[in-house]
Design a protein around this ligand. Structure first.
Ligand code: GCV
Length: 710
């Protein structure tokens, strides 16, 4: 097709239009931004004074050591500084006299593990750490500082991670799909590996190292035994070869029944000597292939996965068998506590505690029990898991979910740092006031010898890594909080925005404002007041009416318990008594329906429709208020986002604007589904000033059915 037809555009106008197009393209180089560079953009610093002051300080990068990690630290500084300052800065072995530069050096510093110190010695900037990985983290910290155009002297300081193992868990399958992945297919090209090593793996490692992540589990917890084969281990080794140069260890999820399915044994019983031998041999083989292999992540006796209970053994028996095989190599077992039996009379909320709390102290030294933040499954809001605080003799690791399985996939903009932080700051009261979840998982409360935090990755093969451009912030925030859980979601949002979108201060404030409110907005139209799981298989389309499944806890009605009297799950002493699993101080805060904070109300109480809440509204009116405020707030997000158009890359701006339009339509979909369905029980009118939904319940159900069609 011709761009300009002759009849419509006379020659002169055509030339003028072409000139304008070319001018637009030249003056707007930012259109080239496809999100691939994440927060490592290193844009040229626009302010000449700032540039000049940095330039004076950075004439060279000196590194005397010679490890891959140190070399990568120097290389990253060079790449970043060259781009930000618009000049070439050499990497040298010894500092250049009469010039100012960066010196990377290793020497013992105070503080644990991977920490670093940034100091000014004379006019040189010195990054020191006990380990080369610390120097790498310090280098990224300096680059982060400079990307925000902050005064160099303010970079001085020391920082150490509060948690030892800071990991991503990938739910990636051997055929390239990702369970609950919304950003394309797996990053790992298993078919091409090990011969072809995609340069993207290096960028993945850089991104992780830049936020302090030091471990990655490359395959799904619903694990294929294939990863343990002689065919796959070299593929995993090729990835590990890239990651280790950035201080990242590689781990595998294992299939507990592998001795049978892969090894041809008659059993996978963890107490069987042949089975133990099989794992010991397999582990040796793994370490021969990947000498710094991190260990195993295990989902056992959960959602159909095999495990020790298949043989009448306990989780501890299973974990300890693997721990024994890994111990000679300093490997660890990360054993998941995400379990719930198919007991129709049980409250799924209580399941993990019931199975694991009695096993406290029975796990081997190199086992960590990994607990999801809440007792059910990564809902938009959950109370903290009651396991935190109840296993003082067993290192408990945290599992957060970055991929938005229950939070609108890659369509809805939900900044998750407030969710992470809400859980980390929750007080378990296990050793009195101030016994926060954060202090449990960082080991300071129970002196755990091993500490771990994991995020279920939201990355995929999409060019921008995370599908929704703003979901990059969740990966970023996870890493930053894993390093230092005292950081505020606000500080992280501002930092990420400056690194990724714009340094224009009023727009940084506007974007951070959207981010900070986004999770609550989503909760309002999706699961307000402590509702949960109003969906089935899709984990996306609203189905609060869904009442049929092979087991009751896979229906929506199991969770919300709507009836003509009211709504919510009674977990007090008159109901399932799940509250009993918490300390009295926590219980007291939640057990009284009059005083229970509204965000948790329906998690713990069945509330009559007409009951007056602390907000002054009755339950029905409060629900409607939230369901209607949710979509209205998405309109606010749209408006706020439109206001930052001038300072955000146009392609990113357009992309996010489009997603916000869809988010609004789907927020209305959610609102209408819930309100119309619950109205069949409450039999109350939609309160003023809100309009009645413009569709019937049947129409919403039909639209959901269409969504669910294969
Ligand atoms: C990997 C939820 C998800 C599953 C996931 C499981 C788990 O049930 O829907 O896809 O399986 O959690 O965490 O093991």
């Amino acid at each position: 097709m011709m761009l300009f037809s002759k009849t419509l555009f006379p020659e002169k106008i055509k030339n003028l239009a072409l000139l304008l197009l070319i001018f637009a393209a030249i003056s707007n180089p930012a259109t080239a931004d496809d999100g691939y560079r994440l927060w490592l953009k290193y844009e040229r610093i626009p302010n000449a004074t700032v540039r000049a002051s940095y330039s004076k300080s950075f004439s060279f990068i000196a590194t005397s050591g010679n490890s891959d990690i140190l070399n990568n630290a120097a290389k990253e500084l060079q790449t970043g500084l060259n781009a930000m300052l618009g000049r070439q800065i050499p990497i040298v072995k010894t500092p250049v006299s009469n010039q100012h530069g960066i010196i990377l050096t290793m020497s013992a510093i105070a503080g644990p593990g991977d920490g670093y110190a940034i100091q000014m010695q004379g006019a040189n900037t010195v990054i020191t750490a006990s380990k080369d990985a610390g120097v790498l983290y310090g280098s990224f910290a300096l680059l982060r500082h400079l990307q925000q155009h902050l005064p160099l002297e303010k970079a001085v300081g020391q920082s150490s991670p509060k948690i030892q193992l800071r990991m991503l868990n990938h739910w990636d399958n051997p055929e390239g799909t990702i369970e609950r992945g919304y950003a394309g297919s797996s990053l790992w090209k298993w078919y091409e590996l090990p011969e072809t090593v995609d340069p993207r793996y290096t960028d993945y490692a850089r991104a992780n190292a830049s936020i302090g992540i030091n471990g990655t589990v490359v395959n799904n917890v619903n694990a294929s035994a294939r990863f343990l084969t002689a065919e796959y281990l070299p593929k995993v080794a090729a990835l590990a070869g890239v990651f280790r140069k950035y201080g990242i260890k590689t781990y595998l999820s294992i299939h507990f029944a592998a001795p049978k399915t892969l090894g041809g044994l008659k059993t996978s019983d963890p107490l069987d000597p042949e089975v133990r031998k099989w794992w010991a041999e397999k582990t040796k083989e793994i370490y021969r292939t990947i000498p710094d292999f991190g260990g195993f992540l295990v989902k056992a006796n959960s959602e159909g996965e095999p495990g020790p209970q298949d043989y009448g053994r306990t989780h501890a028996d299973g974990a300890n068998m693997l721990a024994e095989a890994l111990a000679p190599f300093n490997g660890v077992v990360i054993w998941r506590a995400f379990v719930y039996k198919a007991d129709p009379a049980a409250d799924r909320f209580k399941a993990a505690y019931e199975e694991f709390a009695p096993l406290d102290g029975k796990f081997a030294k190199n086992v960590i029990v990994q607990v999801k933040n809440g007792p059910i499954d990564f809902q938009p809001r959950e109370p903290f898991s009651p396991l935190f605080g109840n296993m003082p003799g067993t290192p408990l690791g945290m599992e957060f979910q970055l991929t938005q399985e229950y939070m609108g996939f890659a369509t809805h903009w939900v900044y998750e740092a407030p969710l992470f932080k809400e859980c980390l700051d929750a007080d378990t009261y296990v050793n009195g006031k101030g016994s926060t979840v954060a202090r449990i998982i960082d080991g300071s409360l129970h002196q755990y010898p091993l500490t771990c935090i994991a995020g279920v990755a939201n990355t995929g093969s999409d060019r921008n890594w995370t599908g929704h451009p703003m979901a990059q912030a969740n990966w970023y925030a996870f890493g930053r909080l894993a390093w230092d859980h005292t950081l505020s979601p606000e500080a992280i949002a501002q930092e990420w925005t400056q690194l990724t979108l714009t340094t224009e201060s009023k727009d940084v404030a506007a974007i951070s404002d959207i981010m900070l409110r986004s999770r609550e907005i989503y909760v309002n139209y999706n699961t307000p007041l402590g509702l949960s799981r109003p969906w089935t298989g899709s984990h996306y389309a609203p189905e609060p009416w869904q009442n049929r499944s092979s087991r009751p806890d896979w229906t929506a009605i199991y969770y919300h318990r709507a009836d003509t009297l009211g709504l919510g799950f009674d977990r007090t002493a008159t109901g399932s008594n799940a509250l009993q699993q918490y300390r009295p101080e926590v219980r007291r805060a939640w057990e009284n329906a009059e005083t229970c904070p509204l965000p948790y109300l329906l998690w713990f109480h069945h509330i009559p429709w007409a009951q007056k809440l602390s907000s002054g509204r009755n339950l029905w009116d409060e629900l409607c208020h939230r369901f209607y405020t949710g979509p209205d707030s998405v309109l606010w997000m749209q408006k706020q986002w439109a206001g930052v158009r001038a300072s955000v890359d146009p392609a990113t701006h357009t992309d996010v604007s489009g997603r916000l339009v869809k988010q609004y339509n789907e927020a209305l979909w959610w609102r209408d589904a819930w309100v119309l369905y619950l109205q069949t029980f409450s039999r109350k009118p939609i309160p003023a000033p809100y309009p009645k939904p413009g569709r019937t319940l049947d129409e919403v159900k039909r639209s959901v059915n269409v969504y669910l069609m294969r």
